[in-house]
Design a protein around this ligand. Sequence first.
Ligand SMILES: C[S@@+](CC[C@H](N)C(=O)[O-])C[C@H]1O[C@@H](n2cnc3c(N)ncnc32)[C@H](O)[C@@H]1O
Length: 206
Amino acid sequence: MTTPDDADFPPDAFEKWDAADDSDFYVQPRFVTHIDDRAIAALTSFYRETLPTGGVVLDLMSSWVSHLPSDVSYAEVIGHGMNEAELAANPRLGRRFVLDLNRNPRLPLCDSSVDAAMISVSIQYLQQPVAVLCEVARILKPCQPLVISFSNRCFPTKAVAIWQALDDSGHAHLVALYLRRAGFADIETRTLCDGRASVSGNSATY
Ligand SMILES: C[S@@+](CC[C@H](N)C(=O)[O-])C[C@H]1O[C@@H](n2cnc3c(N)ncnc32)[C@H](O)[C@@H]1O
């Protein structure tokens, strides 16, 4: 299951309580939001200052919402996720694809073809996170940003064991470690919203 870059984490680090195929879990669309309104507003504001206006943006592990600022135009927003109906309902997406990254981390996108990428409240579900982030690095143009956000909520049966074992601060360090291993630089961690259901973000450039 692991690639060399993911291999030297503790044994069982990327096991999940629910080891069934992820496509079973995501077969039904969920038209819900996974963080509260204040956290969404904080994330949207962070996207406004971080993602390049007019650029091609990849929303990896997306759903029916991308949390992008409604008054900012992008050349294209490419959405990836596990449920076709959720992605089809997302008004920001110009292109979309469904792919189980725990089965196949290879992204069907060309090298250096994207101006920015984001992974919103989903990194905890990846069983080969470094392999996936290496792919993000491959498809990003040089020196362009990746924003990974996460909160204190998750689907516990689907989050990997190492995520379950850590607190908020540990999550930030873990995501920074994934990014370093995938070759990202200028890694920054920010708390975007204080209080319950806060969202933290690691941004980095490749
Ligand atoms: C909590 S939702 C977050 C959705 C969206 N990014 C948001 O901010 O509302 C988690 C998302 O992770 C994605 N996901 C979970 N497991 C996955 C897997 N094995 N491969 C690819 N994507 C996965 C699904 O698309 C799912 O919608």
